[in-house]
Structure formats: C-alpha cells, structure tokens
Design a protein. Structure first.
Length: 447
C-alpha cells in the first residue's frame, strides 16, 4: 500500500510535476514513527504530536516535527514569570493568583441548612456587604458584564445621563457608548470633555422625561489635567435619579483597613466602593482582577432592589460565573476581611519594601555573575487600566542587550522589559519563589 503521506512528500513549491525531494526509493517516515520519536521530548498528548508530525511531513520537512510540536505546546496556557514591573499586566492575566483545588462538589446552589436549592450569589454577597457596606451584591464574569447588566436593568430602554469626559474606552474594546447602546439605554451626554458640573446633569434631568439613571465612569486609564471639573456622586445623588458608578478598578474601601498604617498616597484619588455607596450611589461596578487582586470577575454592589432586579434579569444567567471563579474570589474577599492581604499577591507586590526588593535583586545578580548583571533602580506601574501615572519605586536586575526573546524561550517564560537599551527584570512583580528561575533564565540568556 502506498503510504498516505506520500502526497505531502512532493516539494509543492516546485510546481506540478516536481521531482520528489529524495529518490523515490526512499520512503518518507511514517507519521506514527515521527510522533513516537517526539514523545520523549515534548510533553503533549499523542494526538497533538501526531498532528505536528503530519504537518511536518506534509511540508516535506520531517525534521521540523519537534519544533512544530514545541510551538504547539507553547501555545497552551502556561505560567510565566512577570518581570515587567507592570503589576496588573493585562497580557499576563492581570492580578496573579494562587489556585489549588482537589476535585470536590460544592454547595454552589444548595442551602446546607434546608437542603433546598439556593443562589450561587449568596456566598459572596455577605462578604462584599461586610467589606463595602453594600446592601447586597452580585458577581458576574467581568467588569464589562457588570456594567452591561446593571445598565440593562436600571435603564429599561430609558435615558441615562453621562458626562462627555467619561465616555471612555478601556482596553479590549470596552467603550462606554457601545456598552450603553447594547444595554438599550439612551445615551444623554452632558458637559464637555474637561468640565461637567452638577448643573449640567440637573438640566438634563429636567429636559428629559423619564431619566432612568446617571452613570459615572471612572477614567481608569487616563487623566484629564488642568482646567477641569466633575460632579461628585454625593451631589448627583441629590438629583433624585439613581446614580450608577462604574469604578473599574475595585478598590473596596478608601480607608484601606487591610493594610497596616495609613492608606498609601498612590491610592489617594482612586474612588472606592464603600465611600461611593456612602455618598449615595444606587450601585457600583468593578472588576475582580484589578486592584481587588482576585480572579477575572465583575461585581455589582449596591441597593437591595437594584441587585434583586439584576439577579432576575436573563443577562445575569448569561453572565454568571462558575464555581472556580466564585471560590477564588471568596478566598480573596476572606483575606481582606482577615486583614491578611499578604496572601493576596497583588497587595504583596504593591507593598513590598524597597530594601527587600534590593536584597532579592542582589541575590539574582550575584548568581548571574556581577560582570553580566547589575542591580538598578527602576519604577513599577499598576497597569490593567488602573492608576495611570502611578510610579512605584522598585529595584531590578539589568543585563546588556535585548534578552527578551531568549528569556521568553526559557521554561517557564520570563517576560522582561527594555530600559536604556538594556534588558530589565523588575523584582517587584516577580514572586520571591521565582527568583531562582529568573536568575537561571538570565544566566542562560546572556550566554
Ligand atoms: C476595567 C474597566 C472596565 C472593564 O472591566 P473588565 O473586568 O476588564 O471587563 C469597565 N469600566 C471601567 C471604568 C474599567 O476600568
């Protein structure tokens, strides 16, 4: 029988009637044989090794099977070392998270007291209540989903007022006007790009009958500076229209009671859930994986009536999170309540003292070799569309040249950045347990 792969053994680029690459007497290797040969080197299920072998043989280059299999493996979701200094790196999954869970069933939708069916939202609502003072809360898949849900529920197709300075685009195509259109809300713009006053909202409330809500959107990833004005939630709440505040980043409480000492200065202008609700917002929305430091999720917190209406809306079913997300978010919220934010990687990174970072940087640089790695001062940033302009002093290890491709090629991949023509690895975003990996990767990359 003619081997199936013989078709692919022809050099296609040479056009029709091309000569086989090897004398016809020499058979191409079988897909199975090539795939078996890969098994020792590439940790992939047999079916994917077979695919790599088939492609390599079809391309007339059986020797490339190993590289193809390796490429396929590296397209999988893999842990990486974040040495970029961007704490919430969107391309690296925003807030880092520890996840360990053996197989088990959960009381996801069962009340263990009565044995009756209950809501998957009940578990976390009490924690969000305790942390923010909200009457109730609901968790969906992400921040965008939270905004879409609450706008759909509250607007009911009626007008919603937004400042022209808050019609923002957050990374990944989240545009406030588009989310509003999708929710069925009629967008009523007020004010100007740099200045919107309470009177502008008041005038719009009077002009449009049936205004459903005022939406405040945090300008998460940019700032307007100079001649500016915006209306505080406390004053808007007096206009007798529900105020919805899309906070974005998920700072739970401006008092930051989970940290020792006073709130860090870099959080000073960040709106927080507790204070926004206290100021009279009917509901706030925020992400689980920005400053909250948890898994990807979106949280709606606020008045009981708003949350109940959200829970009853068909979108809530479409946007509901699974048990893994709820479980991970629960861990993070409990850590806040225990004031044990050292178990939340984001806060551990954000508050790591400089002398400790310097000590670790020297450890890494020493093991790479003093002639090839140097300890340098640098700055970390929040990232993830949060706290633009924030620069947290940090310490890194710099090495000559652009080592980024080699570092990404290490196992696990190390993602670094360039600074002054050198490769910089910022220790603030590297887990201390990963220092050894970083040192080994740097040592190998510089060779
Ligand atoms: C980040 C952000 C969102 C989107 O949240 P995701 O969790 O990324 O979906 C919405 N609104 C604001 C103000 C944000 O900062």
């Amino acid at each position: 029988m003619r081997p199936l792969q013989a078709v692919g053994w022809i050099n296609m680029s040479a056009g029709s009637g091309a000569e086989p690459l090897r004398p016809p007497t020499q058979r191409p290797p079988s897909v199975d044989a090539v795939a078996r040969g890969l098994a020792a080197d590439v940790d992939l299920p047999q079916a994917l090794l077979v695919e790599a072998a088939r492609e390599a043989i079809a391309a007339g280059d059986p020797a490339s099977a190993g590289q193809r299999a390796e490429n396929s493996r590296r397209r999988l979701l893999l842990p990486v070392v974040n040495a970029t200094g961007v704490l919430l790196h969107t391309n690296l999954g925003r807030a880092p998270l520890a996840v360990h869970q053996d197989a088990t069933a959960w009381n996801l939708e069962m009340d263990l007291e009565s044995g009756e069916r209950s809501s998957r939202q009940a578990h976390l609502a009490q924690l969000v209540q305790a942390l923010t003072g909200a009457e109730d809360a609901l968790v969906v898949n992400n921040g965008a989903g939270a905004v879409l849900l609450v706008l759909s529920v509250v607007s009911g197709g009626r007008p919603v007022i937004v400042s022209r300075g808050e019609l923002v685009e957050i990374g990944g195509e989240f545009r406030v006007p588009e989310i509003m259109a999708l929710s069925g809300a009629q967008l009523v713009e007020v004010g100007t790009t740099n200045r919107t006053r309470v009177a502008d909202y008041q005038e719009a409330v009077q002009r449009h009958s049936e205004v459903a809500a005022i939406l405040k959107v945090h300008q998460s990833n940019y700032r307007i500076v100079g001649f500016t004005a915006s209306a505080p939630v406390r004053q808007l709440a007096e206009l007798r229209v529900p105020v919805l505040a899309d906070l974005g980043s998920g700072l739970l409480d401006a008092g930051v009671p989970w940290l020792e000492g006073p709130p860090p200065a870099w959080l000073a202008s960040e709106p927080a859930a507790r204070q926004t609700l206290e100021a009279g917002a009917a509901a706030v929305t925020f992400s689980g994986d920005k400053l909250l430091g948890g898994p990807q999720a979106g949280i709606v917190a606020g008045r009981r009536s708003v949350i109940a209406a959200c829970a009853a809306h068909p979108l809530a079913r479409a946007l509901r999170p699974g048990v893994m997300v709820l479980g991970a978010l629960q861990e993070v919220l409990l850590a806040y309540l225990r004031r044990d934010v050292r178990s939340v990687p984001f806060w551990r990174m954000a508050t790591a003292p400089l002398d400790r970072l310097e000590e670790r940087a020297h450890g890494v640089a020493d093991s790479v070799g003093p002639s090839r790695a140097e300890v340098v001062d640098c700055v970390s940033v929040a990232g993830g569309g949060s706290l633009p302009g924030l620069e947290l002093p940090s310490v890194g290890v710099a090495a000559a040249g652009d080592l980024r491709p080699a570092l990404r090629g290490w196992e696990p991949s190390v993602v670094a950045r360039m600074q002054d023509g050198r490769t910089l690895c910022d220790l603030r975003t590297v887990e201390p347990a990963q220092d050894k990996v970083l040192a080994a990767a740097l040592a190998a990359a510089g060779r």
